[in-house]
Every structure is written in C-alpha cells, then in structure tokens.
Design a protein around this ligand. Structure first.
Ligand SMILES: NC(=O)c1ccc[n+]([C@@H]2O[C@H](COP(=O)([O-])OP(=O)(O)OC[C@H]3O[C@@H](n4cnc5c(N)ncnc54)[C@H](OP(=O)(O)O)[C@@H]3O)[C@@H](O)[C@H]2O)c1
Length: 345
C-alpha cells in the first residue's frame, strides 16, 4: 500500500482527493492537514464523509506530512505550495502539487503572471501532469505539477490539431465557462450566491493566469510559438467546465483529417472520450469523473473548426487528474480508483 497525505484537505480539491482516495485499493490515506481545522475530525467539517473517513486534521507541517507519507498532494493556494513542496522533496517524499507554482518552466514567465519564485531551480525538474502529453515523464517524476482546470480542457481540445499541424496557430481562441467551485471554498463577494445565481459573466479577459500554461504546452506541441485568446466565464453551477475552442483550418485540412487526428492522438488515453464530429458533450455527462469528452464540427463556410471540451473542474481539472498522476508515479494502472461512471442522473 502507498502511504498518502493531503496538505490543504479542507478545501474543495482536498475534499475531492479524500473522496477518491478513501476508496482507492492501493492507497492508505494516513494524514490530512489544514491550519484552521487542525484537531477537528474531517466528518465534522464535511458530514458527507461519515462512515467513509475517520481522519482528524493535523496542522499543515511538512515534518508531519513527510513522516506519514510516501507521496503528498499539496492542495494549497499558489505561493503557499512553494513553501512546503521543497521541504517534502528534501525528505524524499514524492509530490503532486495542485497549485500553479511548478507548472511553468520559465521563472520569468511565472514572475510576470504571479510573483517571484522562491525555488526556480525546481521548475525544470517538475513534470507537467497531463498524462496524454507526458505519460512517460510522469512515471519517472518525483514532482508533478498538476495542470490547471481551464488548461486541461483547452489543451486536450487543441493538442491533436497542433500536433498534426491542421490549424493556423494564430487563430486559436478558447472560450471557457466554469462552475463556481473553480474559485475554491474561500468566501468572496464575486462567488456570493446572489452575485452568481441567475447571472453569467466573463472575467479576467486577456489576463487570466492560466494563459501562459496553455501557451507553454501548446507551443511545445506545435513546435512554434502559440499565442491564444482565452476568455473565461463564471456560470451559475457548482462544478464543471465547458470550453469551446475555435481555430481556422489550414488550406489542405479536411474534416476527415480532423477525425483521424483525434482518434490517433487519444488511441491509448483511457480518460478521453471522443464524441466525434457532430455530437457535442455536456458538463453533466462527465460530472464527478476523470473524463474529458470532446466533440467537434467544421463550419465549411468559413473554414473554422469548433471543438467542445467538457470536464469536471474538481475531478479531471484537479483531484482526479492528481490521482491519475499518483498512479503513474507509483507504477500502478493509470485508471486505478478512477474507473467509474459519471454522476449524470
Ligand atoms: N477549485 C478548482 O477547481 C481547482 C482546479 C485546479 C487547481 N486548483 C488549485 O488547487 C489548489 C487548491 O484549490 P482549492 O479550490 O481546493 O482551494 P480552497 O478550497 O481555497 O482550499 C485551500 C486549502 O489550502 C489551505 N490553505 C489556504 N491558505 C494556506 C496557506 N497560506 N498555507 C497553507 N495552507 C493554506 C486551506 O486550509 P487552511 O486555510 O485551514 O490551512 C485549504 O485546505 C489551488 O492552488 C487552486 O488554484 C483548484
């Protein structure tokens, strides 16, 4: 059994990690931490866990985490993660970090979008944890930077197209909508019920911090600089992301090329389901699961391709993907503990 701990288990991605890990057949979840809930039982904070997890929160202390785990999930805000991750690595513990702290390879880019990095020397070692792109590197990693939720949905929609050179790079536009758990469990006016219900808004237009992460990975696939337009929206639902990705087809690209590129790229990807040309997926059909479902259409009038990508932000966009990475880093089957149907009623 792999001994596992979660730093920041009182937040939404922490909750989702406990939900998945408490039924994982090869994991012994030994430790969960929170500064504010230290000393409280998890099922007092989240009654959903009554009868499923009897753990009590410890303080978020790298010493405690490392003493009780072979692998730690850091489900902390960015900046807080980089205070703890190096301490865990020093103690020979593997880490899957759910924050943005180790996703960008270039510390200058990190600094431009976030703040100065305290351990830039770890950026080249960290592996970007999108299994469909970096499966073999993840297997060998001791630090995996779990992707952001929006980037997971957008990169998976665009990867086969850039890999095969089927679209004009400069034409990429990602228009994404997210449920409110994407903002975490902390309370703020922008996620207040009265501000969110019965409303729909774009936010951080042309300045969202997930942009450089998408460009880094898409540039790697394309072999030349990709600079995309990304517009996120907040929709009145609790979980789920739907990204509509637009691109202009290269002159020689046909609809058949698109179908074949998706099928080939995801041939061995257990968590990508292709709806194909014409059938467009909904967030409900992936709710609570690690699936990304993709559907697409070609608008022949203007040579535009439209790809619709759906994920659950807390599962495929965070904790499910993190468990998938843990499986790969620990020589387990990629699907272990995650191979269940979504929650669609
Ligand atoms: N929500 C999503 O859909 C999503 C998707 C992908 C990635 N992520 C990323 O995953 C991470 C966690 O997100 P979340 O949504 O679970 O956030 P959250 O609900 O706000 O939870 C944050 C957790 O971190 C702890 N924490 C907060 N500030 C801390 C600090 N300065 N030092 C140590 N611990 C601190 C909190 O507990 P205490 O304050 O009690 O210590 C809590 O357990 C973030 O980096 C986020 O960007 C989130």
């Amino acid at each position: 059994m792999l001994r596992v701990a979660i730093a920041g288990a009182s937040g939404y991605t922490g909750f989702e990690l406990v939900r998945i890990l408490s039924h994982h057949p090869q994991v012994d979840l030994t430790t969960i931490t929170s500064r504010q809930q230290a000393g409280q039982r998890l099922d007092q904070i989240y009654p959903a866990f009554k009868g499923h997890c009897e753990l009590t929160f410890a303080n978020t202390d790298p010493e405690i985490l490392a003493a009780n785990a072979d692998l730690v999930f850091t489900a902390l805000p960015h900046q807080a993660a980089m205070d703890i991750v190096p301490e865990l690595l020093k103690r020979n513990v593997k880490v899957v970090d759910l924050s943005a702290d180790y996703r960008l390879k270039d510390s200058k880019v990190y600094e431009a979008w976030y703040q100065p990095h305290k351990t830039p020397e770890l950026l080249s070692e960290a592996v970007y944890g999108l299994p469909e792109l970096h499966r073999e590197q993840i297997r060998a990693a001791r630090l995996v930077a779990n992707p952001g939720c929006y980037p997971t949905s957008v990169i998976l929609a665009a990867a086969p197209l850039l890999d095969k050179g089927l679209i004009e790079h400069r034409s990429l536009i990602a228009d994404s909508k997210s449920g409110v758990t994407g903002a975490g469990r902390g309370v703020s006016l922008s996620v207040h019920f009265c501000e969110v219900s019965d409303s729909f808004k774009a936010y951080k237009v042309a300045e969202h911090r997930h942009t450089p992460e998408m460009e880094q990975e898409l540039t790697h696939l394309a072999g030349e600089a990709v600079c995309l337009t990304f517009t996120p929206h907040l929709v009145p639902m609790s979980r789920g992301i739907l990204s509509t990705v637009y691109a202009t087809l290269r002159e020689e690209t046909t609809a058949d090329h698109i179908d074949k590129a998706f099928a080939a790229f995801y041939r061995e990807a257990p968590f990508v389901r292709l709806c194909g040309r014409g059938e467009l997926p909904t967030t409900l059909q992936v709710r609570g699961s690690n699936y990304c479902d993709l559907g697409w259409r070609v608008d022949e009038r203007n040579r535009r391709l439209i790809v619709v990508s759906v994920i659950d932000n807390l599962t495929r966009g965070a904790s499910g993907q993190a468990v998938c990475n843990m499986n790969l880093m620990s020589d387990m089957a990629e699907e272990l503990g995650l191979n269940y149907a979504p929650w669609q009623p």
